[in-house]
Ligand binder design. Structure first.
Ligand code: SF4
Ligand code: SF4
Ligand code: FES
Length: 526
C-alpha cells in the first residue's frame, strides 16, 4: 500500500505533521493540545453529536467539532481561544440542563467525564431555574448493567458498541428533543458476552456495573497491569483492588479485588474484554486454600510450611535412595506462568523425575470476537517449554501401579485413590486437595510477577496486584525451598531472574526479556 500523504498544520501555534485523513481531534492529541470529547471513541464510528470537542479553525465561520473534521494542509487550529472555551462551556451547560445533581450518590463519581470536564471547561454560572425532566433511574437492563437514563448525555457510544462491535443491537435512543432517552429495545435485555464494555465506554454514570456499583469508591482503588486468565486470548487488563483494605475492611466484606477493566492492546483485545473474564475473578478471594495441610491417620490437618516441606523432602529422599524416582509423576497446569512451568520442569528434571505433563481445563465455548475455547492462559507457554499435554497416560500408569507418587498442580485432575503419596499444590480448595498427603497453598496470577503466553504465541507480563492470600506462596518460592532442602544446584530467586534463565535455555523464548516484552508483549520465536 502506498504511504499516506502527509499533511502539515498548526495547532495552537505548534506545527504538526500527520497522515491525510487524520481528524483534528487526533492531530490535537499528537500536538500535545488534547481537546475534550464524549461521543468520540477510537474503536467506534464517528457520531459527532455531543459537540464538546469544539475548536476554532482560522477562516471557518463557526466553531468546528474536532472529532469529525479532517486535517487540511496549512490549517490553523486554536484549541484555547476565548471563542472555543466559551463554546465548550455552553455545550456543557446544555448537557447538564437535565442532568440530576446526584454526584454524591452516583457510583461514577470520581471517574465521571461530566465532573472532570465541568471542572476543566465548565465552571459556568447556571441559568437554568426550571424543573429538570425526570427519567427512569436504577433500571437493571440485563444481568450485568444498571441504567440510569437521567444521567445519560445521549453520546450514543453504547448504541454504536452493540451495533458495530457485538452486532447484537440491544440499545436505542427513543423519543425526541429533550424527551430523548437511552434504553434497550422492547423485549430485549443486554445479555451478550461483552455487555460490561458499555459501562467502560459510558462517559457518565448512566450505565453502571451491577457487580461493582456501590462496592467501593473509585478513589480507594489501586491498579495493577495484568492479563486475564479466563482463556488463552490473554486480554490485557487492569486489576482494580481495594488499596484501603487495612483501614476500611468493611468494604465489600473484605474482598480484595473490586473489578477487572480492559487495558488497550491493539493486537490482542483492543479496548475490550469479555464478561467471562471480567466477572470470573471470584476465585482470587473465594474458596482459597489458606494453610499447608498434611495427612495424618487418613485426615488432612492444618500444618506449618516447615512440616509440609519436610514430608515432601523425606519422601523424595527415600524414593531417590531407593532409585524409584521413575515411579513419580508430575501434572502441571496451563494456569501456571512460564516461569513457574520452567522452574517445575527444571526442578523435577534435575531431581531425576522425567514423567512431567501439563493438564488444561475442560474447553468452553468460543466466539468471533475474543473468547477462546481454551479456558486457560498459558497452554502455549507449556507447549513452548516442551512439556507434553494430558494427564491420561500418567493416570493409566497409576492404575497399573507403575506410578505410586504424584505431584499435582492442576485442579482439573481426578486424583486416583491408590497412590502411596500425593502432593497437591494449588490456590483453591478442590477434591484433589482432599486426597493429598501434603497440600501446599499457592499464589494466583493476581499475586505474582511473571509472564503468560497467549494462543498466538505472544508472551505477556503480569504484575502482582496483591500479596499471596494467607499462607500461600508462589510456585517459584516452593521450588526454591525444595531445591535447597534436597541439595540441588538450581535456584529460583525471583520471576525476572528465572525468566532470564528460561530465555537462555529454552529455544522458543530466546531473545526475550522483561524489557523486550514491555506492556505490549512479544512473540515466541517461530
Ligand atoms: S448511556 Fe452512556 S454511553 Fe449510552 S448514550 Fe448515554 S451517556 Fe452515552
Ligand atoms: S476473551 Fe478470554 S482473556 Fe479476554 S477477557 Fe474474555 S476470558 Fe479473559
Ligand atoms: S466528541 Fe466530537 S462531537 Fe462528540
Amino acid at each position: 500500500m502506498p504511504e499516506p500523504k502527509q499533511i502539515t498544520l498548526t495547532i495552537d501555534g505548534k506545527s504538526v505533521t500527520v497522515a491525510e485523513g487524520t481528524t483534528v481531534l487526533q492531530a490535537c492529541e499528537k500536538a500535545g493540545s488534547p481537546i475534550p470529547f464524549y461521543c468520540y471513541h477510537p474503536g467506534l464510528s464517528i457520531a459527532g453529536n455531543c459537540r464538546i470537542c469544539l475548536v476554532e479553525i482560522a477562516g471557518a465561520p463557526k466553531l468546528q467539532i474536532g472529532c469529525h473534521t479532517r486535517v487540511a494542509e496549512g490549517m490553523a487550529v486554536n484549541t484555547t481561544s476565548d471563542k472555543t472555551l466559551a463554546g465548550r462551556r455552553d455545550v456543557l451547560e446544555f448537557l447538564l440542563i437535565n442532568h440530576p445533581l446526584d454526584c454524591p450518590v452516583c457510583d461514577q463519581a470520581g471517574e465521571c467525564w461530566l465532573q472532570d470536564y465541568y471542572m476543566q471547561h465548565g465552571l459556568y454560572d447556571p441559568k437554568f431555574n426550571e424543573t429538570k425532566h425526570k427519567k427512569p433511574k436504577a433500571v437493571p437492563i440485563g444481568p450485568t448493567v444498571m441504567l440510569d437514563a437521567e444521567r445519560c448525555i445521549l453520546c450514543s457510544r453504547c448504541v454504536r458498541f452493540t451495533d458495530e462491535v457485538t452486532k447484537t443491537g440491544e440499545f436505542g435512543i427513543f423519543n425526541r428533543g429533550d424527551h430523548s432517552e437511552i434504553g434497550v429495545h422492547p423485549g430485549k435485555t443486554l445479555d451478550n458476552n461483552y455487555s460490561g464494555n458499555v459501562v467502560d465506554i459510558c462517559p457518565v454514570g448512566a450505565l453502571t456495573d451491577r457487580d461493582f456499583r456501590f462496592k467501593c469508591r473509585v478513589w480507594y482503588l489501586g491498579s495493577a497491569k495484568s492479563v486475564c486468565t479466563g482463556c488463552s486470548r490473554g486480554c490485557n487488563i487492569e486489576i482494580h483492588y481495594n488499596r484501603e483494605r487495612e483501614w476500611r475492611p468493611h468494604i465489600a466484606n473484605g474482598e480484595r479485588v473490586m473489578r477487572l477493566k480492559p487495558r488497550y492492546n491493539a493486537d490482542v483485545n483492543k479496548w475490550w474484554m469479555c464478561d467471562v473474564g471480567r466477572y470470573g475473578y471470584n476465585y482470587i478471594d473465594e474458596n482459597r486454600l489458606t494453610h499447608v495441610g498434611v495427612k495424618d491417620h487418613g485426615h488432612v490437618r492444618q500444618a506449618t510450611w516447615e512440616e509440609g516441606v519436610a514430608r515432601i523432602v523425606e519422601r523424595l529422599t527415600q524414593l531417590r535412595g531407593a532409585k524409584q524416582l521413575d515411579r513419580v509423576g508430575v501434572v502441571l497446569s496451563s494456569h501456571m506462568t512460564n516461569e513457574d512451568l520452567f522452574a517445575a520442569k527444571r526442578f523435577f528434571t534435575e531431581l531425576g523425575i522425567a514423567q512431567i505433563v501439563f493438564q488444561r481445563p475442560k474447553s468452553g465455548s468460543s466466539d468471533d470476537l475474543l473468547l477462546q475455547a481454551d479456558r486457560s492462559p498459558n497452554t502455549k507457554g507449556a507447549q513452548a517449554l516442551g512439556i507434553p499435554e494430558g494427564a491420561g497416560g500418567l493416570l493409566e500408569k497409576v492404575t497399573k501401579k507403575q506410578i505410586t507418587a504424584l505431584f499435582v498442580f492442576s485442579p482439573d485432575v481426578t486424583v486416583p485413590a491408590n497412590l502411596e503419596f500425593v502432593v497437591f499444590v494449588g490456590a483453591n480448595a478442590t477434591p484433589a486437595a482432599d486426597h493429598a498427603d501434603v497440600v501446599l497453598p499457592s499464589a494466583v496470577c493476581a499475586e505474582k510477577e511473571g509472564t503468560l503466553t497467549n494462543f498466538e504465541g505472544r508472551v505477556q507480563r503480569i504484575h502482582a496486584a496483591l500479596l499471596p492470600w494467607a499462607e500461600a506462596r508462589s510456585e517459584l518460592e516452593i521450588f526454591n525451598e525444595l531445591a535447597q532442602r534436597l541439595g540441588l544446584k538450581t535456584r529460583f530467586v525471583d520471576a525476572k531472574t528465572t525468566f532470564d534463565e528460561l530465555a537462555k535455555i529454552e529455544q522458543s523464548f530466546q531473545g526475550l526479556s522483561y524489557q523486550a516484552i514491555g506492556d505490549q508483549g512479544a512473540f515466541l520465536e517461530q
